[in-house]
Write a protein of this length. Structure first.
Lengths: 126, 213
């Protein structure tokens, strides 16, 4: 567990206890992590990045009651982000393939690589 | 809405969140589902007349422990699979241990029995009805567990559904044992396990449909 892990966890636990300024900082730092990653991966779709960041923020917010304080926070965030991204991208693989001129299976491979890299990034930054 | 606005929107007026609430809900659901299954057994099948006498039979307790251990492992598994990023850890070993123990007991019983008596050990009197009745009795527990899991956020939907079904099936078997008088290990190792596998399979099918969020 790196510093980021400890810091994010403290902020989220503060937020869950009702400290809205800790929670604000948590969401802000989380959106930074998510944005940096998505930007790097979706070079061809810069306009999608902010929408996805917001979708993932909402997902984490809506599921914040499922965080078990005994659990690494990065694993929790990563799993929610993967689930939500896959869910969103599954719906739009066909559309995405058309947009960026790749085959559907290439898009799926890209999604998989992106998610793996997201995991690595969240872990290395924390 | 830009992201900073969204963050402020989500953070302002955020109420304290009780992270223990989902688990409490889960426990209440399990107790309620099991209670309904017990009532169903009492009203519809009846507790077996030898129940009190059986309390002094070791195999009766082995049977109860078998169902309870599978149920406990299933419940822990379902609870973990309902939280994003939680690990299963030793849950699979906890599922395997009672199964292996029961199958070993069954093997010993079959090997030490006279060949003509083996069919009786395997089929007992009620092999036809047993798996289906276990599956039926597990229904209220199944509904309760799925309701509780929907309050959390499972991400491996098929596996989470199977674990929920497995827990429901094991608790259904535990309740069914109040009616069923079969005590032979081969019978339990086959028909009880089949009965548990019915809701497990159904759970694996239902997970991706009912547990999405």
């Amino acid at each position: 567990m790196g510093l980021g892990e400890v810091r994010l966890r403290g902020l989220l636990l503060g937020g869950l206890a009702g400290d809205s300024s800790a929670y604000h900082t948590f969401l802000k730092e989380l959106s930074g992590h998510l944005r940096a990653f998505l930007r790097k991966r979706l070079v061809n779709l810069p306009e999608e990045v902010e929408d996805l960041v917001q979708e993932l923020l909402l997902a984490v917010h809506n599921q914040r009651h499922t965080y078990d304080p005994g659990q690494p926070i990065t694993a929790w965030i990563y799993t929610i982000a993967c689930y939500k991204l896959i869910d969103l991208l599954r719906l739009s693989v066909a559309e995405t393939a058309r947009l960026i001129g790749m085959s559907q299976s290439a898009v799926k491979v890209g999604v998989h690589r992106g998610l793996t890299a997201l995991a690595a990034k969240i872990r290395s930054e924390s | 809405v830009n992201t900073d606005e969204l963050v402020s929107l989500l953070a302002t007026g955020s109420e304290p969140v009780d992270t223990r609430l989902p688990m409490r809900r889960y426990l209440i659901a399990v107790v309620a589902g099991t209670a309904v299954a017990t009532l169903l057994t009492a009203e519809w099948l009846g507790f077996r007349p030898t129940l009190v006498r059986d309390l002094s039979v070791p195999m009766f307790w082995a049977k109860e422990a078998f169902c309870a251990a599978l149920g406990a492992a299933g419940l822990v598994g379902a609870a973990r699979l309902a939280r994003p990023g939680a690990r299963l850890g030793r849950v699979l070993a906890a599922v395997a241990a009672p199964l292996i123990a029961m199958w070993l007991l069954a093997a010993v019983a079959l090997l030490s029995a006279d060949p003509p008596g083996r069919a009786e050990l395997i089929f007992g009197q009620t092999a036809n009805a047993c798996p289906l009745l276990i599956a039926l009795l597990s229904t209220p527990v199944f509904v309760a567990i799925f309701w509780a899991m929907r309050g959390l956020a499972p991400t491996s939907l098929r596996l989470a559904g199977a674990a929920g079904g497995f827990a429901a099936g094991s608790l259904g078997a535990l309740v069914y044992s109040l009616h069923c008088g079969e005590l032979a290990a081969p019978f339990l190792g086959i028909w009880y396990v089949l009965g548990i596998l019915i809701p497990t399979t159904f759970g694996a099918w239902a997970g991706p449909r009912l547990l999405r969020w």
